[in-house]
Write a protein that binds this ligand. Structure first.
Ligand SMILES: [Zn+2]
Length: 176
C-alpha cells in the first residue's frame, strides 16, 4: 500500500511518517527509513516534535536495501525516477510511506510529487501548518533569501536547502 504525506514546511510531515512506519517495525518487519543525500542535515529523520529515526542517506531510491516497508522523507528532493522505483516496490508488495513538500517557491506542484500522485496512492494526506505571517492555515512554503526577498518564480524548483534560503509556512493569502 502507498501512503503519500504532503504539505508545506513545518506541518509535521516527518512525525506523520515516523508514526505510520513505526508500528510495522514494532511488528517485526524490516523498515528502512530513507532521506535524500542532498539534504545536508543529519543522517536521521528528525521531527520538530522530537521524534527521530535513523535513516539511509541516498542519492536515488533504487539504492535502498530490500525491505518490507520503505519510509521516505523529503521525497520531493529525489528526481522524477523515484516514482518508478516506488512503483516497483509496490508491485513487489512492499508498504511504501512517503513524505514531502507539496509545492515549490512558485506554488507549483513539486515534479516528483506530481509523478507520485499519478501512482494513485491509497492514502493521500494533505497536511497544513500555521502561517508564520498571520497565524492562518498554511498551505504553501515561502522561500526567501537572507534579506527577506522572495526567490524569483523563474528559479528552478530545485531550490537548495543548504541554509542559503529561508523557508516559511504561509497561508494562500500571505503567499507572495
Ligand atoms: Zn497568512
Amino acid at each position: 500500500m502507498m501512503t503519500l504525506i504532503i504539505g508545506p514546511m513545518k506541518c509535521a510531515k516527518s512525525a506523520e511518517l515516523i508514526l505510520r512506519a513505526e508500528p510495522h517495525r514494532i511488528a517485526g518487519k524490516k523498515v528502512t527509513y530513507i532521506k535524500p543525500k542532498r539534504d545536508v542535515r543529519t543522517d536521521t529523520i528528525a521531527s520538530r516534535l522530537g521524534l527521530e529515526a535513523e535513516a539511509e542517506s541516498l542519492s536515488e531510491l533504487r539504492a535502498a536495501p530490500l525491505s518490507d516497508v520503505y519510509a521516505v522523507d523529503e521525497v520531493h528532493m529525489f528526481d522524477e525516477f523515484a516514482a518508478q522505483t516506488v512503483r516497483e516496490w509496490l508491485t513487489a508488495g512492499a508498504e511504501v510511506i512517503l513524505a514531502g513538500l507539496n509545492t515549490d517557491h512558485a506554488g507549483r506542484l513539486m515534479p516528483t510529487v506530481a509523478k507520485l500522485i499519478e501512482l494513485s496512492p491509497e492514502v493521500l494526506i494533505n497536511k497544513q501548518a500555521v502561517c508564520e505571517v498571520c497565524g492562518g492555515n498554511a498551505t504553501h512554503t515561502q522561500v526567501t533569501d537572507q534579506t527577506g526577498a522572495v526567490v524569483p518564480k523563474s528559479m528552478s524548483p530545485e531550490v537548495p536547502d543548504d541554509g542559503t534560503y529561508r523557508y516559511a509556512a504561509v497561508c494562500r493569502r500571505c503567499f507572495r
